[in-house]
Design a protein around this ligand. Structure first.
Ligand code: MN
Length: 308
């Protein structure tokens, strides 16, 4: 007798995170958040070309890649910034053309749930993405829904030589896709509590990472990328007015372009979060980190109809 799965678990089970057959060289690209001008500038600096052509349902990105290289988007393509539909088009067309790979970020995941008609809390920049989609045809929504549904929240790449995760990954989760690994990829290490700024409390999973496989990730904006325990955060907060960053792999060369302008205020400030506490002085007890990672709202059952 097989165990019954809910639709969300079935979807997760169908998405592979073991991409060791995908060989480099790669250009990992940090969180874009709809900053398309900077994305095109960064790709061109890396040797790619991108030309957006056409209108509405016919709009496409015509792309070329430097010899043998592929971009790898670390997720959070959309929300907060000025041109999320075109950011989606560039990523989807690059993937279709064999010029890129992509993993899912928590913003992309919430957008996917919205596209599917689930109840999601509209905020954190999703309201801008939705308004940018007004006046667009349905084609991009249909295409984005199918595309995003195929993406894992982390991927083990290049014969096992390197991994990419949106927010974080533990060594024991590499190449696996059980629900906790999926959530860790999307949200990293969280406490389930909200901090003094009203945003979900995060801990620095990278401080605890001891794995031999280098992990490239995004999600937590930093002023400058800095290696820590074989991990590198390349989200340099473009949408907050800092820079958009890429990492050339295996060269380990960092390439950045400056943001044209700031589109949002970073409430918690730049930098990786504090390490996970192991001892709570208030209760004099070791505090287990609850297994309830979430950015703002709990996961809704996939069958639930959209309200309002
Ligand atoms: Mn994120």
């Amino acid at each position: 007798m097989t165990k019954k799965q809910n639709p969300a678990e079935e979807r997760r089970a169908a998405v592979s995170t073991d991409w060791r057959h995908e060989r480099g060289p790669f250009d990992f690209i940090g969180d874009v958040h709809g900053c398309v001008d900077e994305l095109i500038a960064l790709l061109e600096k890396l040797g790619y070309t991108v030309r957006l052509e056409g209108k509405g349902d016919d709009r496409r990105a015509i792309t070329t890649a430097p010899n043998g290289r592929r971009a790898v988007f670390v997720g959070d393509l959309i929300d907060r910034g000025p041109a999320s539909p075109d950011a989606l088009r560039i990523a989807m067309d690059m993937v279709e053309n064999g010029h890129a790979l992509m993993i899912l970020g928590n913003h992309d995941d919430k957008f996917l749930r919205w596209l599917k008609g689930n109840t999601v809390k509209i905020g954190a920049g999703l309201e801008r993405t939705i308004s940018q989609l007004e006046g667009e045809g349905d084609a991009i929504k249909t295409r984005a829904q199918a595309f995003l549904a195929t993406l894992p929240s982390h991927a083990w790449l290049d014969g096992g030589a390197v991994a990419v995760a949106h927010a974080g990954i533990r060594e024991s989760m590499l190449g696996r896709n059980f629900p906790r690994a999926r959530d860790f990829g999307l949200y990293g290490e969280t406490s389930g509590r909200v901090d003094a700024n009203g945003v979900p409390e995060r801990f620095n999973w990278a401080a605890d990472y001891r794995g031999p496989v280098p992990v490239i990730f995004g999600h937590t904006p930093v002023q400058e990328p800095e290696w820590q325990n074989n991990t590198l955060c390349i989200d340099t907060g473009c949408v907050y007015g800092n820079t958009l960053t890429a990492l050339r792999w295996p060269e380990r060369e960092i390439v950045s372009v400056p943001a044209k302008e700031s589109h949002a205020v970073l409430k918690r400030g730049f930098g990786l979060p504090p390490p996970r506490p192991v001892f709570d002085p208030a209760t004099a007890k070791i505090v287990p980190v609850p297994d309830t990672p979430d950015e703002v709202e709990p996961q809704q059952p996939d069958s639930r109809p959209k309200v309002g």
